[in-house]
Ligand binder design. Structure first.
Ligand SMILES: *[C@@H]1O[C@H](CO)[C@@H](O)[C@H](O)[C@H]1NC(C)=O
Ligand SMILES: *[C@@H]1O[C@H](CO)[C@@H](O)[C@H](O)[C@H]1NC(C)=O
Ligand SMILES: *[C@@H]1O[C@H](CO)[C@@H](O)[C@H](O)[C@H]1NC(C)=O
Ligand SMILES: *[C@@H]1O[C@H](CO)[C@@H](O)[C@H](O)[C@H]1NC(C)=O
Ligand SMILES: *[C@@H]1O[C@H](CO)[C@@H](O)[C@H](O)[C@H]1NC(C)=O
Length: 303
């Protein structure tokens, strides 16, 4: 695994083998259960990131579900935990494994801190090429099941809203930053095209593209429908409304504050989602309404 990740992935993404040791995957729907490998960032990392960098992600991370630090940056479970909960609980082989690709947010967010919008658009094809080689490399080694998540609305993250310079014309009707969301959309369009290309090229593979952006944007746009009260404010952070985010006083650092009910918040710490938001996103992903082609997750259980 280490070799695979190291050679195929850009250095700033982490590769983690997930879900094998977690206690709550016992209600699997599957008769045969695939191993899941994810290529992703801290949004889908159940501990590798913290471990790898020597971070101690203590409470309040984990307070809702684990009641202790779990290595996850959230109050509870991540998207990946909910997906695994539905499908995983054993070990198969490389070919029957499911590869979840969830890359993009860190690359884009990083790029936006030092590049102009125009420069970012220029940079996107190189991110897409990295993903292409990652998928291609796994496929050459016999992998055939790929589940590709597009990237979410970066411009709706409290961290971005609180730290970028403000210009009224930059905001959309829901209070998100348009340039960042446009960057995410441009990335997603190229990722969608890549999936289409790979689908016709890699005939013996199943490549599902999942529009996570639309799921998350709907969550923010229609937040009250889902029971959220503060779609653009971090539950855990510093500074109070409207975003409760301050880079120098992060969640868990001296002086931070925390909301009482994380279930009323989409954002946990300004960057990562709460367990409540992740649960809804997972259920929408599993509905196949946002998948192309609309393959059920369970399909991968028996391939
Ligand atoms: C798919 O085809 C490629 C090229 O023929 C091969 O290398 C790969 O092992 C095949 N994968 C599976 C799962 O059969
Ligand atoms: C704000 O946006 C307007 C309209 O796009 C533009 O003319 C102006 O230069 C921008 N101001 C700043 C500070 O970026
Ligand atoms: C908000 O919900 C309505 C009704 O379900 C839907 O038509 C609309 O597309 C949603 N908005 C966004 C931005 O997803
Ligand atoms: C963040 O908090 C510190 C400490 O209170 C304060 O000095 C600083 O101005 C804040 N930063 C922003 C961007 O509000
Ligand atoms: C998926 O789409 C169907 C048909 O439009 C709808 O009834 C269902 O509520 C949707 N499910 C989710 C989770 O959005």
């Amino acid at each position: 695994m280490g070799k695979l990740g190291g050679s195929l992935l850009p250095h700033h993404t982490s590769l983690a083998l997930l879900c094998l040791s977690l206690p709550f995957f016992v209600h699997s729907q599957c008769t045969k259960n695939p191993v899941i490998f994810t290529f992703g960032d801290s949004n889908s990392d159940t501990g590798g990131y913290a471990f790898g960098l020597g971070f101690n992600l203590g409470l309040p991370n984990g307070r809702t579900f684990f009641h202790r630090s779990s290595g996850r940056i959230s109050d509870g479970r991540l998207l990946i935990d909910f997906l695994c909960f539905k499908i995983l609980n054993g070990y198969e082989d490389f070919t029957n494994a499911l590869y979840i690709i969830d890359i993009g947010q860190n690359d884009l967010a990083g790029a936006f801190t030092y590049l102009s919008y125009a420069q970012i658009l220029e940079r996107i094809p190189s991110f897409i090429t990295e993903i292409k080689y990652a998928i291609y490399g796994v496929w050459q080694r016999g992998g055939k099941n790929f589940w590709v998540h597009n990237t979410g609305p970066l411009g709706c993250l409290p961290q971005k809203l609180a730290t970028r310079s403000k210009n009224a014309s930059d905001f959309d009707q829901f209070g998100c930053l348009k340039p960042l969301n446009d960057g995410a959309k441009a990335f997603n369009e190229q990722l969608r095209a890549l999936c289409e290309e790979l689908r016709s090229e890699l005939k013996n593979a199943t490549i599902v593209y999942v529009d996570v952006f639309s799921i998350k944007y709907d969550l923010i746009a229609n937040s009250t429908t889902y029971g959220f009260e503060n779609p653009l404010m971090a539950c855990c952070g510093y500074g109070g409304a409207p975003y409760n985010y301050n880079a120098s006083v992060g969640c868990g650092r001296t002086g931070y504050n925390i909301c009482e009910e994380g279930s009323k918040y989409i954002s946990w710490d300004g960057v990562h989602y709460t367990e409540a938001a992740n649960a809804i996103v997972a259920s929408k992903i599993l509905s196949t309404n946002y998948s192309t082609p609309p393959v059920k997750f369970d399909y991968f259980c028996n391939t």
